[in-house]
Design a protein around this ligand. Structure first.
Ligand SMILES: [Fe+2]
Length: 425
């Protein structure tokens, strides 16, 4: 067992140059932003998910690599420091960070996005896209539609955390909220991720119930569902189809083709971090890349499930220019390795880390037009040095190891998610 790199860091660092081993590709220019919980006032009993969001930025320019980090200035962050919280955005804003319509948005799932200044990492405030977005829940995993540039989102607990309603909508490439409607779910539950195909919004619903008495509790007996809604027809077309047992935080991709819906997710037997009705947290269950398929011509048909990988993985990503269509290349972390999976062949290649080191979610950055032509960026924790590195891989040659590593003066906590914002965008 290595050091638990979920532990927070106490220091904010302004953007500063960091040394690079190897050569940063000349065409790779922009910033990798990452987000994760980092409690300003650490409380050993607090749930890991409840820490104040901290943004980490790795900026790649002609003059080298710079790194800096900064807390998101939310209400809980201010209160943790006994500072005035007036006018600050609510929530922890600690789960993801996404660029859209010239804004950089720190996301959690119970509150509006929080706009972050991409240069200074200062908190600009809650972002409602000119009043178009209603206050309330907004997923940490919105999806860009590669055909239109729209950002498709949902928010569970649309009418209150314990209510079985989900908001589904879309913000177009210019930042206009063009759709927002509320649908009804079979039960009130935490819904962490979803999928968007060319035709459908797909919501995997797992019985991680939001119960006013028990709190958030794992109720396997309530069964999982797949919600399928035609994007054009909207709420009236929504169907909930019973799904196989299990739980997933994250979806890799989904698509509809020839009347069959496919969704690839990281499926486990039970969620980590949350109790069952007896109050006991389930044992840590491995999660495996799994494909659910549903015949859309026959909604009476069952969702079928097929495990694709035997690797215990998380944080799945693809070349997102191919999101919503069948993908050929998938990437995820097993925490002790970065994995590239070729879906055409089923081949999996790994870059393994030394014992005690760990790898973040890998983020794909495109270069050429072909799917998979680009780089893969991940933040590695190196236990022996007790500091972190930004590692840059050739996406199609992960096994050869990083072509460049930016060696930070500090540790970057494990955190959750990140995204790349190119220098030109
Ligand atoms: Fe997530």
């Amino acid at each position: 067992m290595g050091y638990d790199n979920r532990a927070p860091v106490a220091e904010e660092r302004p953007m500063q140059p960091v040394p690079v081993e190897g050569r940063v590709p000349a065409a790779l220019r922009g910033t990798l932003f990452r987000n994760g919980p980092n409690p300003r006032r650490p409380a050993p009993d607090a749930h890991w998910f409840m820490g104040d969001g901290m943004i980490h930025a790795f900026r790649l320019s002609d003059s080298g690599v710079e790194y800096g980090n900064r807390w998101v200035r939310t209400v809980p962050w201010a209160q943790a420091g006994a500072e005035a919280s007036d006018g600050r955005p609510g929530g922890f804003a600690n789960t993801n960070i996404v660029g859209h319509a010239n804004r950089l948005l720190a996301l959690e799932e119970q509150h509006l996005p929080v706009a972050i200044d991409p240069i200074s990492l200062a908190t600009d405030g809650a972002e409602d896209f000119g009043g178009g977005l209603p206050a309330g829940p907004f997923t940490a995993h919105p999806k860009h539609d590669p055909r239109t540039g729209a950002l498709v989102f949902f928010g569970y607990g649309a009418e209150g955390f314990f209510e079985a309603t989900i908001r589904v909508g879309s913000v177009d490439a210019a930042g206009r909220t063009v759709r927002c409607e509320t649908i009804k779910a079979p039960y009130a539950a935490m819904v962490h991720d979803f999928a968007v195909t060319e035709r459908f919004v797909v919501i995997p619903l797992f019985p991680l119930l939001a119960d006013p008495e028990a709190g958030v509790v794992w109720r396997q007996d309530r069964g999982a569902y797949l919600g399928v809604m035609d994007r054009q027809a909207g709420a009236a077309s929504l169907r909930w189809v019973p799904a196989p047992p299990g739980f997933a935080f994250h979806v890799m991709n989904a698509w509809d083709q020839d009347g069959v819906l496919s969704i690839d997710l990281m499926l486990s037997d039970a969620p980590p971090f949350f109790p069952d009705p007896s109050g006991k947290a389930p044992a840590d269950a491995p999660s495996f890349l799994t494909r659910w398929t549903l015949d859309l011509r026959d909604f009476g048909a069952a969702v079928t499930s097929r495990r694709l990988s035997d690797l215990d993985g998380e944080f799945p990503r693809i070349d997102e220019r191919f999101a919503g269509r069948p993908h050929r290349h998938g990437f995820f972390t097993t925490f002790d390795a970065i994995c590239h999976r070729n879906e055409a062949t089923g081949a999996e290649t790994l870059f393994r880390l030394p014992d005690g080191d760990s790898a973040s979610e890998p983020v794909f950055v495109p270069r050429g037009e072909a799917e998979g032509d680009g780089w893969l960026l991940a933040v590695l924790f190196r236990q022996e040095r007790f500091r972190s590195e930004l590692a840059i891989f050739e996406a199609m040659d992960v096994v050869s190891g990083p072509v460049a590593r930016a060696v930070l003066p500090c540790r970057v906590p494990a955190g959750f998610h990140g995204n790349w914002v190119g220098a030109a965008s």
